[in-house]
Design a protein around this ligand. Structure first.
Ligand SMILES: Cc1ncc(COP(=O)(O)O)c(C=O)c1O
Length: 1013
């Protein structure tokens, strides 16, 4: 401890009889110390600035006590520290500092957690909880009063006008103008603010006065609300606006963050529309006070860079706010609190609902019997490539639904329907192929022939009439404004009209109910679409201007569906008839449990339901893209059109089995054997990796007359009885039953975590086989062989030292056994430089087993072996696998092998795999938690550790990272005996752009608090 710390430790001992070490904590004017008492207790010692008024200390202590008393009375726990009285019973003491000045000292309990400002991620769930906490705190504080609260405080939002006189201190003219504008808006709303009820409020819930704790495996939660030094009598909207100002700093979407906070508050203490309208202007005013105050301090302390740096986030938000309309934020906050998006919105919606059935038919005919088509990812497969819709597909959208729903000329396209057809970059939020994008249709479509007349459902005035010539835009588009009754006002949009119809119309023109004011355009003039009307309703048209989005972000639907509700009533239809009915995810999860044992596991804390896939992406019900960096089964990419084509074609011809002569069987065998080493002359086709390994075991036994096998620790070879017996990963689990007596386990050749490192590691790991052979002899057994994943995957994406497998194989062969290479994970080019894993090891197996990638999702495996072994197996008993080697399987398998070659996927695994590995190694420099990065091609492991020295597995962090990546829609897994290794094993189609997205996301997640504990 420094002299100063010792000094205050002495004061603590003298007044509180606590013997402790002190560590300084941050504080603007006062000294704060973290107190570690010798008896293990922890506190915070607060030493007030010199000349601090005693009444202020008394006020703070009283406020803490008051909140706790309220908590006791209402059985609520508040995350507020308790004041610890001195031995005299006093809540604070006076003591002299090193300079001889009197300082007031008090002690409070310690609360675990980090400053909100430094906590990551600051996500909606946490912000919402904060809103609830603040509402509870405000309730508790409401009755508090203390004489010291009556003071002039520059942070009092009721008296914030003081900044007008000081704004000129802001040196930058543009910045000064921002503050002046905000102040003028504040002056305009002040009468409304003054009408708000007032009570004691904390008044300074800035991001350093909020603590967040994150216990392993739990969601982060607000653990502390600190520092009651700025408490005033004020309106609760000011409390909320102050917290919101800090919560919004540097948020990618500040409006959503503020909405989450306000929604949390509203769940405890409901807010009115008028209160919600005040929040955004007050947020800006609080930031304006803060930057003006800093500008003044800067004049006083020109050399203190901290003043400028600390204000930078506030300026960033203020500058950004120039482009955020206050009305939009107000509407958002209202919707987040369950209100309609504007004062007239709920009355308008009610009016429209009541007029249902009385509107003039928009297409001139009633639509009651018109079938509803499906364009959702569940309901159709358009577009074939969800990253790029073709012109032909756009022109046949109505036909897509016609196929499914009968050949009616007219069809309706649903409201609130997710669709993958919006593939243009304009719909994307980010630069990547799989970046989040807008997918949900917030209008309704009526497919009809070009030239069909469009009528107004009620009187209206043309507000916008445009021709939009951009491909896949609206073509002709009209927005009508309607004000049919007092307090009822809304607009309707008609898209994909003919060019001629919009050229006839002009802004301000009145259109009478039922008037045929336009006609549908043909594809040459409607943006290139199958002819249809896009009809959309908006309750707050002023928020949307000319450019209404017709499609919304699936993660922001609450807002968009409130602003643009279901227009069914305008078509005289019930809402439910045209609304997309989303899946009930909870029910699906519940139902699954009723039919399947729970060890049929789901990945991720929040499981995914994926309904479409293409190349390296999968898509959920809402059309949200997930980058698949985990699945090694769709080896040549999800939904490969060539695989689809051969499967479809073969199913039309014949699909039979190996008891007949099949040309396809021969072709597949030749194609596969051509890829294998020359000693592989015979092949058996099976349905899975397990069946392959099972057969390999029989081959080894038939050839050697032995029974015993040597296996590698942590290995997995499949789920059948024999394969489980070969899999320590399963039989060594607590209720796994242990190794059968005919199985000997040798350590996995892991040079990062294993016993041996350095140059001779290969030989030393291999020598463990000697012991295994010895044990077989000792038990009177006979060796059949050795089986290993050539690069162990479930063991932790291990790359054995070069020379390991040859050294093992030599020992096994010398003892009379055969060597089985399980290439289920590693074969067919995944390793980039090598087509097979055993090539990486310069080893030459006797039996090769293939599974997962061979059928690209079709259940298909293969076992290749030598003529001698095949002959030994041929003992007169028929070998037959009903589906193994079916004609369909052979076609698919052959096509997979061809695609790997023809699309250069092995080379892509090499190049993109190296790029990925390099990127991960760069991350390793920045993130202590990455102990090791290893891999070959697109077989990659990232070993997470809590300590690089001891290499202690960071299992909890790995689980956190995997789940956070999934939340950010990048699928990876965890693996290894301690489940601490991030497993990255994407389809071989993964591109550099996908890797960039993966690396940037991983970098962000690894920077989060839970990954740095
Ligand atoms: C190395 C290895 N061998 C065999 C298998 C079993 O393959 P399947 O699930 O197709 O039966 C797996 C499956 O994960 C595996 O990873």
């Amino acid at each position: 401890m420094t002299w100063n710390q010792q000094h205050w430790a002495g004061v603590l001992a003298a007044n509180w009889a606590i013997d402790a070490d002190l560590e300084p904590l941050a504080g603007e004017f006062d000294l704060n110390f973290h107190v570690s008492a010798r008896d293990g207790r922890r506190f915070v010692l607060k030493v007030m600035r010199a000349n601090c008024d005693a009444s202020l200390v008394d006020m703070m202590c009283s406020a803490h006590d008051y909140v706790h008393a309220q908590g006791n009375a209402s059985n609520t726990e508040f995350p507020v520290p308790s004041v610890v009285p001195a031995t005299s019973g006093a809540r604070w003491c006076a003591a002299v500092d090193a300079d001889g000045r009197e300082r007031f000292v008090w002690l409070i309990s310690f609360i675990e957690g980090r400053n909100y400002a430094q906590f990551r991620p600051q996500d909606s769930a946490l912000i919402r909880e904060l809103g609830q906490r603040i509402a509870h705190l405000d309730r508790a504080l409401a009755g508090f009063s203390h004489p010291a609260m009556q003071r002039d405080l520059k942070w009092d939002l009721l008296k914030a006008d003081w900044i007008d006189a000081h704004a000129e201190r802001i040196a930058d003219r543009a910045q000064r103008a921002i503050v002046q504008r905000i102040s003028a808006q504040y002056a305009a709303l002040k009468p409304a603010l003054l009408r708000e009820p007032i009570a004691a409020i904390h008044n300074d819930l800035n991001d350093y006065n909020i603590l967040v704790a994150h216990d392993a495996g739990q969601r982060p939660h607000v653990s502390g609300l600190l520092d009651f030094g700025d408490i005033v009598i004020g309106p609760t909207v000011a409390e909320l606006a102050i917290a919101a100002a800090y919560v919004a700093l540097d948020q990618p979407d500040p409006e959503r963050a503020i909405a989450a906070l306000v929604a949390g508050y509203n769940a405890v203490t409901p807010l009115t529309g008028a209160q919600l309208d005040l929040i955004w202007p007050l947020i800006l005013m609080r930031l304006a006070v803060s930057v003006t105050n800093s500008a003044m301090m800067q004049l006083k302390r020109p050399d203190d860079p901290y003043v400028v740096v600390s204000e930078a986030p506030a300026w960033r938000l203020l500058e950004r706010a120039e482009y955020i309309p206050a009305a939009r934020v107000a509407a958002r906050l209202r919707v987040a609190c369950g209100l309609a998006p504007g004062d007239s919105a709920s009355r308008t919606l009610e009016w429209i609902g009541q007029a249902r059935g009385q509107f003039a038919p928009v297409m001139g005919v009633e639509l009651d019997d018109v079938p509803v088509g499906e364009l959702s990812p569940i309901g159709c497969t358009v577009p074939r490539n969800p990253t790029c819709m073709t012109d032909a597909e756009a022109l046949a959208l109505g036909v897509a639904s016609k196929d499914a729903y009968g050949a009616r000329a007219t069809r309706i396209g649903r409201y609130r329907e997710p669709r993958l057809i919006y593939t243009d970059q304009a719909f994307a939020f980010g630069p990547h192929r799989g970046s989040d994008r807008r997918t949900v249709h917030i209008g309704v479509d009526i497919f009809m022939p070009p030239g069909a007349l469009v009528h107004t459902p009620l009187d209206g005035t043309i507000e916008v009439v445009e021709y939009r010539k951009q491909h896949l835009d609206y073509g002709g588009m009209v927005i009508l404004r309607h004000a049919p009754a007092d307090g009822v006002s809304f607009s309707t949009l008609y898209g994909h009209l003919s060019r001629a119809s919009v050229s006839r119309l002009r802004k301000g023109q009145q259109i009478r109910k039922g008037e045929a004011f336009a006609e549908l355009g043909d594809p040459a003039e409607n943006g290139g679409w199958d002819p249809h009307l896009h009809l959309q309703l908006a309750l707050n048209p002023d928020l949307l201007g000319h450019d209404w989005p017709g499609v919304a972000d699936p993660d922001d639907l609450e807002y968009w569906c409130a602003v643009c509700p279901n227009p069914a009533a305008l078509l005289n239809l019930p809402d439910a008839r045209i609304a997309y009915e989303p899946l009930d995810m909870e029910a699906i999860r519940r139902e699954r449990h009723t039919r399947f044992a729970s060890n049929l596991r789901l990945s991720y804390a929040e499981p995914c339901l994926l309904v479409r896939a293409w190349r390296t992406h999968m898509y959920d019900e809402w059309g949200r893209a997930y980058l698949d960096a985990y699945n090694n089964v769709p080896h040549v990419g999800h939904s490969h059109p060539r695989i689809e084509a051969v499967a479809r074609e073969q199913l039309r011809r014949v699909n039979t089995n190996t008891r007949y002569l099949q040309l396809e069987l021969m072709e597949f065998a030749d194609t596969l054997l051509a890829k294998a080493p020359p000693q592989m002359t015979h092949v058996f086709f099976v349905n899975s990796g397990s069946e392959g390994n099972e057969l390999a075991l029989r081959l080894a036994r038939a050839h050697t007359s032995g029974k015993d096998m040597v296996v590698v620790d942590h290995a997995y070879h499949g789920n059948t009885t024999g394969a489980i017996d070969l899999s320590p990963y399963k039989f060594n689990k607590p209720r796994g039953g242990g190794a059968p007596e005919w199985v000997q386990v040798v350590p996995v050749a892991d040079v990062y975590r294993g016993e041996h490192r350095g140059d001779d590691a290969a030989e030393r790991f291999a020598s463990a086989v000697d012991g295994a052979i010895e044990r077989i002899r000792a038990r009177g057994g006979r060796l059949a062989g050795f089986i290993a994943e050539t690069l162990p995957s479930v063991g932790g994406q291990i790359i054995p030292p070069v020379g390991y497998l040859p050294a093992v194989y030599a020992r096994i062969r010398a003892a009379g056994g055969v060597c089985v290479a399980d290439e289920v994970q590693t074969g067919l080019g995944r390793l980039g430089e090598f087509y097979w894993g055993f090539q990486q090891q310069c080893a030459s197996p006797d039996i090769i087993v293939l599974g997962k990638p061979l059928g690209n999702g079709h259940p298909l495996g293969a076992v290749m072996t030598t003529a001698e072994i095949a002959q030994s197996f041929d003992n007169g008993i028929e070998y037959f696998s009903t589906f193994g080697g079916s004609t369909l399987s052979c076609r698919i398998g052959t096509e997979v092998l061809r695609i790997v070659d023809e699309e250069g996927l092995q080379e892509n695994a090499r190049v993109t795999g190296n790029y990925l590995l390099q990127g991960l190694r760069d991350l390793q420099h920045r993130h202590e938690v990455i102990g090791d990065v290893r891999g070959a091609g697109l077989f990659v492991g990232v070993d997470l550790v809590t300590d690089r020295e001891t290499r202690m597995p960071a299992t909890t962090i790995a689980d956190y990272v995997k789940n956070r990546m999934r939340e950010k829609r990048i699928l990876i897994g965890t693996e290894g005996p301690a489940d601490n290794i991030l497993k990255i094993r994407p389809p071989l189609t993964i591109a550099r752009d996908n890797v960039d997205q993966l690396l940037a996301t991983l970098d962000g997640v690894l920077s989060e608090t839970a990954a740095n504990i």
